[in-house]
Unconditional design. Structure first.
Lengths: 289, 307, 439
């Protein structure tokens, strides 16, 4: 592994100083400024005294905490708490449901598996904007149970728990786990559900990382669902609250950007943490038969 | 009826155990799938069926829904704005999917590696993906400000170009929206492709080097085929997402100017919620669902065949 | 047998759930309705909600009736989800021009002036505005307003220009604001007019209709017996569109990119980027805070080729169909239109965002309550020279079609306006026909 780092990457980048390295650095600078520079403007806007809607600055001209303070007065921290509860609960439920389903779909052969997979794929194709009205009826009165989820965090947590994407990527990943590993475990007398817990899950760490990041973002970005599940504005999530801030004519763009920054930080933290587990999982080598 | 299961039960372990795909009772997979199926039924399929029902009615909850048969579908299919919207949706969908896949691939190649600096760079580049779409819209509207003082126009000015109208010019608006879409989706693709790259056996590279294969050939014959599973997932997802594209357009242009960026879902939205016509809106989304299903099935079949 | 039973059980379960859900949809659980507080909504952001809460606090203190209030964004979406489960709020306040839409969908119940305490303190003419197509009254008037032309007075004086009296003056003023650096920062970064020019929700039609009327044009007109016809395809309307296009096609007269902007996305007036804004008076409190009261004026409407008619608009109180609390709802409506309720709504002591713009209660005097010449000017405009959309039909689709057409015509400086108007004319008549009100 260490002897020829040239084989570490697809393009064979070399760590030594060379023309290609200089080129790579130059490209990186361009790429980073295209993708990340707009965020400097969010940060600078969030800490700037006067913010202009026609121009952006990369650094605050008159640094101040005022936009942050106003955003706080507008309840940003409360909305953040709502969002965190929803994303935490929703993500746990989503992962649990998807792991079970993916395990069944990838490691078991049974009649109807293809149909079930197609059903899950179908759920991803529903345009949320339009099932919004019928979905709101379901949330207001759960089928069979008649319980209303409106105004409770479960009004958002339960509907996001099923996401075809997570099931899809987990299934695709678990399929790649060599059958021999499981077989060996079975010979050692490991039970079926324990097999999921001690063999398949640890091997699936990378995909769990991916699923966590994307699941987090999907729930974090929900707009229409928290809106229709809310009973009053104190139930809003941060994403919905951002549009409230945007509609508030008496706060400038600075306050909106301050809110946006608050909304950005948790996603970034999750990405940072999960990226590590993702890479660790993939490079552990356990997946290579 | 009674003999077949017995036969099967005997036969299967022999074939399947080799593949590690059988163990435990037959109801086990269904038990494992039960929570997912229940949630799908409650929160996806019941609303979907209700949506289908609405598409056949003139929806007015307080006056009683009025059966109109396929009239709503006729309205959609004959509406010239829907036809325009379909064109824009396809252009945007294909452009964004291809653009984001290509750019994501390039980013992955550029930033692959385990050094700390690269990790920081990848993180920085991932920022667009984790930002709320509303904020992205806000930032890009300012970047795109269509006078000489606008951010991008000022940069273009250094090269003697512009000023461009971007979102305010009917001829440039769709491309401008597409660029924002690519910008948001490329880092997402990058992460998946990076994961795929890590899965490629390093010894293949070494073996190829021994055989004197060039970098370009290495990409062509080892990397791209190795990425196929990752790419097929990405393409499926992108196809699904791109047809439903809504929020980006809604936030950036609202479908304007002069309807030049109007896509299927913004049209559905303005019919359903701004004109209170849930029946037609449901019909339009049912059609969208149908097309998406067909397309996705076709795509999965195609990728399976090439595999 | 064992092997096949599992899928069957599942299928049975699935079927049960489906059936159960369908029956659950049909049932209604109204048992708890009586003990719940009165449900009241308004289409408001946080500022407006603050003002409503102040009114409601006074109402509850006076009557003991508890109100569950919500300021709702995305009002139409939210109302539709409520309507689909047949649980509309007991009453709500929203644009007067939605009257026909709500009535046509059966969302609202009729009301008469005599049923509301103090109903006679509202002009008969104002009540008459709320008549539906069937001649019954479908809402209680709550607030009225006229659009006004706001101008940065400090900029105007700095450039030594007079108040604009005519369209030409207005054009010249916009050009001067764009080219003569009125804010004196040495940069070419100011513009003439703020225009919410998006076709979303028909915004540009809202803004532009005043100019169409000032040129003697119109959009739809009565054709007798409660029917309407498009009258948009006239030389007069074309004159107005030419005037508007002159603004869009003179660099700087309009803030660049305006064709994609809704009102909440166009903060250029309060940010000191543009100096002219034809808009409703509701945001003036905010401008006072951000710009300063002395920085801008409400000028008398600059005269078009024919007149100075401006868009008059308003908000109504609608009673939700199926409400089991209509007595309490009427009491709340009575308080909302009482002098006390109207004054709290006008002064907006805390948020400075008035939810009552011009009072509908004739015993309330704008000048006495606010003592602000700008509001006096708005009132004068409303009373003397304003015109409203047609509220009794479903006006939203008309506004949407008009907005889309004007947005398209403004996006090119050379397109054929006649062709555009002809197309709009057809679209409007088609829509009227679909609504069964084409005359």
């Amino acid at each position: 592994m260490s002897m020829s780092s040239q084989f570490d990457t697809a393009l064979g980048w070399s760590p030594r100083l060379s023309v290609s390295k200089v080129l790579r650095i130059a490209l990186c600078v361009v790429v980073v400024s295209i993708f990340a520079a707009p965020f400097l403007t969010i940060v600078s806007g969030a800490f700037n005294e006067t913010t202009d809607s026609t121009q952006l600055s990369l650094y605050p001209n008159h640094p101040t905490l005022l936009p942050m303070k106003i955003a706080g007065e507008k309840g940003v921290w409360h909305y953040l708490a709502n969002s965190l509860v929803i994303v935490g609960g929703g993500l746990l439920l989503q992962l649990a449901i998807s792991i079970l389903a993916a395990y069944a779909l990838s490691r078991r052969k049974f009649k109807g598996a293809t149909v079930v997979m197609l059903l899950f794929l179908l759920t991803m194709m529903l345009p949320e904007e339009v099932i919004a009205v019928p979905l709101s009826q379901v949330i207001a009165s759960l089928p069979l149970l008649g319980v209303s989820l409106k105004g409770s965090v479960f009004g958002v947590i339960l509907p996001v728990a099923l996401w075809g994407f997570t099931i899809l990527i987990m299934t695709e990943f678990m399929k790649e786990i060599p059958a021999e590993i499981e077989e060996a475990a079975r010979l050692d007398g490991v039970g079926e559900l324990r097999m999921l817990w001690v063999i398949v899950l640890p091997l699936s760490k990378p995909v769990l990382g991916v699923a966590t990041i994307f699941g987090f973002m999907m729930i974090w970005d929900q707009y229409l669902l928290p809106l229709i599940a809310a009973d009053n504005p104190t139930d809003y999530t941060l994403t919905v609250a951002l549009s409230v801030l945007r509609a508030d004519g008496q706060v400038g763009p600075g306050v909106l950007l301050a809110g946006a920054l608050v909304a950005l930080v948790p996603s970034l933290i999750v990405y940072l943490l999960m990226q590590r587990s993702l890479i660790r999982g993939i490079t552990s080598g356990a997946t290579k038969g | 009826m009674t003999t077949i299961p017995v036969l099967r039960r005997r036969a299967r372990p022999v074939v399947a155990a080799r593949r590690g795909l059988l163990g435990g009772p037959v109801w086990l997979p269904w038990a494992l799938l039960l929570p997912a199926l229940l949630f799908a039924l409650t929160f996806k399929f019941i609303p979907m069926v209700e949506g289908l029902r609405m598409s056949l009615f003139k929806v007015q909850p307080f006056l009683g829904d009025e059966w109109v048969g396929l009239e709503n579908y006729r309205t959609v299919l004959t509406d010239s704005r829907f036809r325009g919207a379909l064109g824009h949706t396809l252009v945007l969908g294909i452009g964004q999917t291809v653009g984001a896949l290509f750019l994501g691939f390039l980013l992955a190649l550029l930033l692959e590696g385990s050094s700390r600096t690269l990790w920081v760079l990848r993180t920085a580049i991932f920022l667009p993906v984790v930002t709320a779409v509303a904020v992205i819209g806000e930032v890009w509207r300012i970047l795109y400000f269509p006078s000489g003082t606008g951010f991008i126009n000022e940069i273009a000015g250094w090269f003697g170009l512009g000023p461009f109208g971007f979102l305010s010019d009917p001829d440039q608006a769709l491309v401008s929206v597409m660029i924002v879409g690519i910008w948001t989706a490329a880092p997402y693709n990058m992460v998946i492709i990076l994961a795929g790259l890590t899965g490629i056996d390093r010894t293949l590279y070494e073996a190829a080097a021994v055989d004197g294969v060039s970098r370009w050939q290495r990409i062509q014959y080892i990397v791209v085929p190795g990425l196929r599973p990752a790419i097929s997932v990405l393409l499926t997802l992108a196809a699904i997402r791109s047809l439903r594209i809504f929020t980006e357009v809604f936030v950036l242009t609202g479908g304007g100017p002069a309807g030049s960026t109007e896509v299927w879902m913004t049209r559905v939205f303005s019919l359903g919620f701004q004109r209170n016509d849930l029946g037609v809106a449901s019909a339009a989304s049912t059609l969208l669902l149908l097309v998406t299903v067909l397309l996705t099935l076709g795509m999965r079949l195609a990728t399976r065949r090439t595999r | 047998m064992r092997l096949t039973s599992a899928p069957r059980t599942l299928a049975a379960l699935t079927a049960m759930t489906l059936v159960g859900s369908l029956t659950a949809c049909g049932g209604d659980d109204s048992a708890s309705d009586a003990s719940k507080p009165l449900e009241f909504w308004s289409r408001s952001g946080p500022e407006g909600a603050t003002t409503y809460k102040a009114i409601l606090a006074a109402f509850t203190a006076k009557t003991g009736i508890k109100v569950d209030y919500q300021g709702v964004l995305e009002f139409d979406t939210q109302l539709q989800t409520k309507a689909s489960s047949k649980k509309l709020p007991d009453l709500w306040i929203n644009d007067a021009s939605l009257l026909g839409t709500y009535q046509g969908q059966g969302y609202t119940t009729p009301v008469e002036a005599s049923q509301i305490e103090g109903g006679d303190s509202i002009d008969a003419a104002t009540w008459a505005q709320n008549k539906g197509l069937d001649g019954k009254t479908y809402a209680v008037p709550f607030s009225r307003q006229a659009f006004g032309t706001l101008v940065r007075v400090d900029w105007r004086k700095k450039l030594g220009l007079p108040q604009p009296k005519t369209w030409d003056d207005l054009t010249a003023l916009a050009t001067a604001f764009a080219t003569k650096d009125p804010d004196g920062n040495g940069k070419n970064d100011t513009y003439g007019m703020v225009v919410p020019g998006s076709s979303k929700n028909g915004y540009i039609g809202w803004w532009g209709v005043s100019y169409i009327w000032q040129a003697g044009g119109d959009i739809i007109a009565p054709a007798g017996e409660g029917k309407y016809r498009s009258v948009v395809n006239t030389p007069q309307t074309k004159t107005a569109l030419e005037f508007i296009r002159k603004q869009f096609c003179t660099p700087g007269n309009v803030v660049p990119g305006s064709l994609n902007l809704t009102t909440s996305e166009a903060p250029f007036f309060q940010e000191g980027k543009a100096g002219i804004y034809l808009t409703g008076p509701y945001a003036m409190g905010g401008y006072d805070k951000q710009l300063g009261k002395d920085k801008y004026e409400v000028v008398p409407m600059p005269k078009g080729p024919v007149g100075t008619t401006t868009l008059g608009d308003g908000e109504n109180i609608y009673f939700g169909a199926g409400s089991k609390k209509s007595d309490d709802a009427k009491k709340l409506a009575a308080f909302l239109i009482s002098p006390e309720g109207q004054e709290i709504g006008m002064k907006a002591a805390e948020s400075k965002y008035p939810v009552v713009r011009l009072p509908v209660n004739k015993t309330v005097d704008v000048h006495t309550v606010l003592n602000d010449p700008r509001w006096d000017a708005i009132q004068k405009q409303y009373q003397n020279d304003s015109k409203t959309f047609v509220w009794s039909i479903k006006y939203q689709p008309i506004r949407q079609a008009t907005g889309e057409a004007i947005n398209a015509m403004m996006s090119s400086c050379t397109s054929d306006l006649d062709a555009g108007l002809k197309k709009l004319d057809t679209a409007l008549n088609d829509e009227l026909k679909a609504q069964d009100v084409l005359g």
